[in-house]
Ligand binder design. Sequence first.
Ligand code: NAD
Length: 320
Amino acid sequence: MNKKLFVTGGAGFIGSEFVRQGVQRGYGMTVVDKLSYAGDPARIKELGEKIKFHKVDIKDRQSIEDIFKKEKPEGVIHWAAESHVDRSIDDASPFLDTNVKGTQVILDISKKYEVEKLINISTDEVYGELPESGQFYETSPLNPNSPYSVSKASADMLGRAYYRTYGLPVITVRPSNNYGPWQYPEKLIPVIILKALRDEKVPVYGKGLNIREWLYVSDCVDAVFEILEKGEIGEIYNVGSGNEQRNIDVVKTVLKLLDKSEDLIEFVKDRPGHDFRYSLNSDKLSKETGWKSSTDFSEGIEKTVKWYVNHMDWVNSKIR
Ligand code: NAD
């Protein structure tokens, strides 16, 4: 097991949950994060001296190398990314810079310092969209449709190329849509909660019929630890929950939990190139590690809504 970990994007939504769980599991954690608009050290503040934190951009090769030289990490978990599809439609540049060139820096330095394992976090969006039926397998072709998913597919394939070409011990992980506490309030579920609590219209793209597979954030992180500990070098693992929901149904569930009227729903012009449905087959991960998502959607969404209701100061500090 790789005890000394180097974690990128550890002040982000999922990365911070990974860092919290890592400390509980007894790993040594060196965390780098540029603290973009989406990064917030408040998410990991409670951990204090239990982790080493560096405010560093992953594109800053020299600083990343200096940290590797000092810390000599055994494992690397690469979460850092520009992550919001709508922003990538407005401007693809930061996505290509961080997600592709930044990933290259992490791969190069990991190779130079001979890490024992590198978990390259990709996404289900690299596969493109599905119709009403069918599932994506690890062997399905990549067919990304947004600048975000193209940048993630590039990073995903770059990791695999470093494994093939240089023998860098890369494992690729493709999780489905995460939700839970601490998600930046520009993503669907926190936006619904925020708008509803303010009695503002809740915007829903198109007719709200797009389907996503919702994975509770701590389940996703649990899967990544299973993969870190038991996964095969050079392999790809899908991480899905099986909890598929239409966006409109997610909105209605949240409104119901908050005791708000469905009259708040406002259908808006669809996102350009909006993928209709994602659905992962995660049998490989379950067979090899025994992992299964343990939080069903009704339980996870209730916990999430409660968390936001109790942390509105944080949410309001992000979005005025
Ligand atoms: P997030 O936007 O909440 O966090 C990203 C973190 O990366 C932030 O803390 C940000 O400050 C940091 N960062 C951005 N650019 C950086 C740079 N150049 N250098 C250093 N740090 C930088 O994203 P998230 O939702 O937590 O996603 C984490 C990872 O998981 C991403 O790679 C994302 O593509 C992937 N993923 C997310 C989901 C999801 O539903 N959220 C699903 C599948 C895969």
